[in-house]
Unconditional design. Structure first.
Length: 255
């Protein structure tokens, strides 16, 4: 269920009644329901987009007009949000949604709105127009996705951007594709993006070992080296490799 309350008339004291419920609708595009994994709201609240765990993206249109009608007539019964429209059908779970709105240009009166769709294996863009009823197709921006809670919309002077965090870097996407990335190293557990901050949960670093109980360290990884040359004399033997200093001190202390 998707329910919308008017928090502007929220109670100021515990004895007052709860805020009024404006609209309520069921979220079910097929005979079998699926859990909601992501939600996105357009800047003017004309669209409410929901991402489902089965890879489907659905939307309610003209939500701003419906809410205005319910606010103007508070005594009317609670109605729905209209017909549920299917925007995209995929196979990977939806992990994030975001909107990008550009100002009208070249004599166009309406603004162009793009919906960013993030799945576990793709980043897509879907054009949305409040006045158009024709179906559109999502465009693949990248063949690498991300998990839940690893994306956010960043507002810039050129328009909104989708920021996606992965294990190797943080990527920035526009309506035409990837625009930049910020690489980092390390092992991380989860991400939390609340722009302008990116918070990363990482495992706690291990403390250094005490000198009183020395333990042999792991041998360093082998590195590429030149091939040894043949000795100049048949009686000349190659010198043996010297042990690491820490391992030598450990052997002398325990002997």
């Amino acid at each position: 269920m998707l329910k919308v309350w008017d928090l502007g008339r929220a109670p100021s004291a515990p004895a007052t009644p709860p805020p009024p419920l404006l609209r309520s609708s069921r979220i079910q595009h097929s005979t079998r329901p699926h859990p909601v994994s992501a939600i996105g709201l357009s800047p003017n609240l004309s669209h409410v987009v929901l991402g489902l765990a089965d890879g489907t993206v659905v939307a309610f249109r003209h939500v701003d007009q419906l809410l205005e009608a319910s606010t103007a007539a508070p005594t009317t019964p609670v109605l729905g949000l209209g017909k549920l429209r299917v925007l995209h059908e995929g196979k990977e779970p939806i992990t994030g949604l975001g909107f990008r709105t550009t100002s009208p240009a070249n004599g166009h009166r309406s603004t162009a709105t793009t919906l960013f769709i993030l799945t576990t294996s793709h980043v897509l863009s879907y054009p949305i127009s409040a006045s158009s009823k024709s179906s559109s197709t999502a465009t693949v921006l990248d063949d690498l996705g991300s998990a839940l809670g690893c994306c956010a919309v960043m507002e810039t002077a050129e328009g909104a951007r989708m920021v996606v965090a992965r294990d190797e870097a943080v990527y920035v996407y526009g309506s035409d594709g990837r625009e930049g990335c910020y690489a980092y190293e390390g092992t991380f557990i989860s991400y939390f993006i609340r722009l302008p901050q990116l918070r990363i949960a990482a495992p706690q670093a291990r403390n250094r070992r005490s000198r009183r109980s020395p333990q042999p360290s792991r041998p360093p990884r082998p590195r590429a080296c030149a091939q040894p040359t043949s000795p100049s004399s048949p009686h000349q033997r190659p010198r043996p490799l010297r042990q690491p200093r820490q391992q030598y001190e450990t052997t002398r202390a325990t002997s």
